[in-house]
Design a binder for this molecule. Structure first.
Ligand SMILES: NC(=O)c1ccc[n+]([C@@H]2O[C@H](COP(=O)([O-])OP(=O)(O)OC[C@H]3O[C@@H](n4cnc5c(N)ncnc54)[C@H](OP(=O)(O)O)[C@@H]3O)[C@@H](O)[C@H]2O)c1
Length: 245
């Protein structure tokens, strides 16, 4: 492994020993691309939806390609997510917590030592009105708000993939192989799981710190300072963050 800011690559291991993954909002742009990518990397993945039939249609289509029949990719409703080792919040920030509550995922995972990968971007504004930001008088990161709402010390939280445009995520690796770096932050066990995941699908993880750094690294907040820091890290540390291209 080259010297640099990247996390240590874990030893390769038998795919049957890998954690299982379920993606809430798995039928969305990020969800479909990541479900395919993670299944291609050997993970057992469940694409979850408010309507299982919607996810089933996409899974059937994905698995109909030659070579993809072996993927351990399944469809489920959002409630099915509680069975996975790692639950991914792949829907809009404004919908994620109500889905966790309404589908009983929040109540069913308490005390079970799960990992939650939060990809939501409360500050990435969208034409449909989502991503409008957070109230100024609370934590300035969606992941911190979600953690507070779940209030379960056994669950570990990690943020990642927040700055990566969905079109750049392909099963065989980054669409732009010259920009494979992914920022990760969060709690230790969860970060380790995601570091392994990122390496297994051909990208490079850079761990920025614990959950305390979340307000700095949650996607969508663009500033001259951030652009300057990214440029500096690229010039002096060789970082190649995927930032929209
Ligand atoms: N797009 C990107 O490039 C990108 C990059 C990094 C991070 N993110 C973040 O990742 C998350 C997902 O983004 P996305 O672009 O993949 O979203 P998207 O394509 O709009 O998909 C969101 C999914 O959420 C589900 N959903 C749940 N409640 C919904 C509601 N009330 N209305 C509509 N859909 C609802 C839908 O699945 P069902 O209908 O199957 O339930 C839908 O497929 C967001 O938090 C975003 O900020 C996005």
């Amino acid at each position: 492994m080259a010297k640099g800011p990247w996390a240590t690559r874990p030893a390769d291991r038998d795919p049957s020993k890998l954690p299982t993954i379920a993606v809430i909002g798995g039928t969305g742009r990020m969800g479909v691309h990541l479900c395919a990518t993670w299944a291609n990397a050997g993970y057992d993945v469940t694409m979850c939806s408010r309507k299982k039939e919607k996810a089933q249609g996409i899974v059937d289509q994905l698995k109909s390609g030659e070579g993809y029949i072996e993927w351990k990719l399944h469809a489920g409703d959002n409630a099915a997510a509680s069975k996975a080792d790692m639950i991914v919040l792949g829907t809009m920030y404004e919908q994620a917590w109500s889905i966790m509550e309404d589908s009983s995922v929040a109540s069913n995972i308490k005390g079970k030592g799960k990992v939650i990968l939060d990809m939501t971007n409360p500050f990435m504004s969208r034409p449909d009105g989502y991503g409008a930001g957070l109230p100024k008088d609370g934590p300035q990161a969606g992941i911190l708000i979600h953690k507070e709402k779940l209030n379960d010390p056994s669950t570990q939280w990690v943020g990642a993939y927040k700055h990566i445009l969905w079109t750049l995520i392909l099963p065989e690796g980054p669409k732009n192989p010259g920009r494979p770096d992914v920022e990760v932050f969060g709690e230790p066990k969860a970060v380790d799981m995601v570091v392994e995941l990122i390496y297994r699908h051909g990208w490079r993880p850079i761990v920025r710190g614990g959950l305390d750094v979340a307000p700095k690294y949650e996607g969508g907040k663009v500033s001259f300072r951030k652009i300057g820091t990214n440029l500096k890290n690229e010039i002096f540390s060789g970082e190649k963050l995927s930032v929209g291209w």
